[in-house]
Design a protein around this ligand. Sequence first.
Ligand SMILES: [Zn+2]
Length: 557
Amino acid sequence: MLDVLIRGGLIVDGTGNPPYVADLGISGGRIAGLGSFEGAEAATVIDARGLAVAPGFIDMHSHSDLSLPSHPRARSSLLQGITTEVAGSCGWSPAPLKGEVAQTVLKMLSEGLLGEVPSQIAAGADDGSGPAWHSFGEYLDYLDKHGIGVNLYPIVGQSLIRAHIVGLDRRPATPGEIEAMEALTRACLEEGAHGLSTGRSYMPGASSSTAEVVALARVVARYDGLYTSHVKDESGGVVEAVEEAVRIGREAGVRVEVSHHKAIGRENFGKVARTLALMEEARREGIDITCDVYPYSFAQVFSLLGEIPGVTPRGAPDDVRASLGHPEFRERAANEVRKAAARDGKLPGFLASPHHYLIVTAGRDADLEGRAFEEVLGIEPPGTKKGPPDEAWSRRLVDRLADLLLEQDLKLHLAALMSEDDVFAVLSHPETMVGTDAFALDRELGERTPVHPRHFGTFPRVLGHYRRSRGLGDLAGVVHKLTALPARKLRLTDRGLLARGGWADVVVFDPETISDRATGKEPYLAPVGVEWVIVNGVMAVERGALSSDRAGKVLRR
Ligand SMILES: [Zn+2]
């Protein structure tokens, strides 16, 4: 008696070999076999004739570790066929979480990404409750206890490690601090982390020297762990940034994954040809360095409201409108712009390079959507002279930003722009894997927290738009890229393939119709064509709808 019998589907087993028609049996969470199950009985029978049966998709780059405590069912991931997510990306992870500095970092991060701080992190010393976990192991225990919808492959974030030892200081770590960070990294690996991630352009991790990262990566290498990196610069300095990742791989002897690889901004389009070649050269030298990508030509979506120095986007809309319209507020914001420019030698945030951005969503004028932000802003650069912009210019800038927001009913969402040709070049490279760069969502976030369509659309978009319409490759080759290829990089020996004895992570989809539907304007639209998703032998999606089970496992190192 089988638990599940999938009858007559086109088996695309992840190896890249030609698909064939067969039955697939599942028993005790594992794949019982492939072939003919004539006369076999099963608790659940799926008629998969005309559908593809593949290993569950492996998301090489997610931030789901931050959302799973408050979005445990992982609806957005499962509906697109993801069964395993690598998380703890870009230097961030929800643990370790000891002390106020780490809590501050995680509060800011959750606020920015989720629009709220999950109660598990928010709990403070005031009421004596404290957060729901402190150590990395306790965080994983928490997930085990409460259950999660997908399998989680946890990595620890270097920014959290640094927050514990160095705090938020923007300075190189001392030798003693590096030793303490090595010890904390080791503890996290011992407690289940598969590796370390860095966010080389995000604070506080960005203050680390290459040597400091190499020291921690050496600890990871001793455990044969994985080092993933949001590299230093994804625009003008992207080639040098990938060179640094190669150097870390070489000096630490660690396996490297370059995260969400891209080149932002028109003047940098085409540079991925150089970075892909750099990684190929490094692999010939024996360094295990690869990359992943999300299948969209625009990056993280953010609200202009959160980018104006001095604005608190959390207030009631009427209060925010009143602030934006008030001359005194505008004066203050203009001063903030000048102060930041004087301190950092450039304008704050995305204002330093407004020509890299496009408007994704506008609150009132739909014709603004898809337009270059700089052109809509319509303000000449502050000039070529050194030093911060003058008062009049700063005020003109803030006036224009505030007016734009008021005109668009406070809603103007922007994103950095990549080249479609570059996205295709990276995606089609045989060693490139796919990552959502999303976090699992069970429900919609608040009005003010923009969401990228990749949360719901990534994998169906690769199999639909890129495979069928752009000619990415044959079905078997593309499925390999989404399953066995990442499993090999992750050293997951019993997932990523449809093979007897392996864990039964399975997705049944229609190769002719599978498509993403989510857009910048409607990011929560579920994809179509994903019919059944099975996680560890348990039905997670049935006929395109989420079941109530939380069948995922924490995949500890
Ligand atoms: Zn990142």
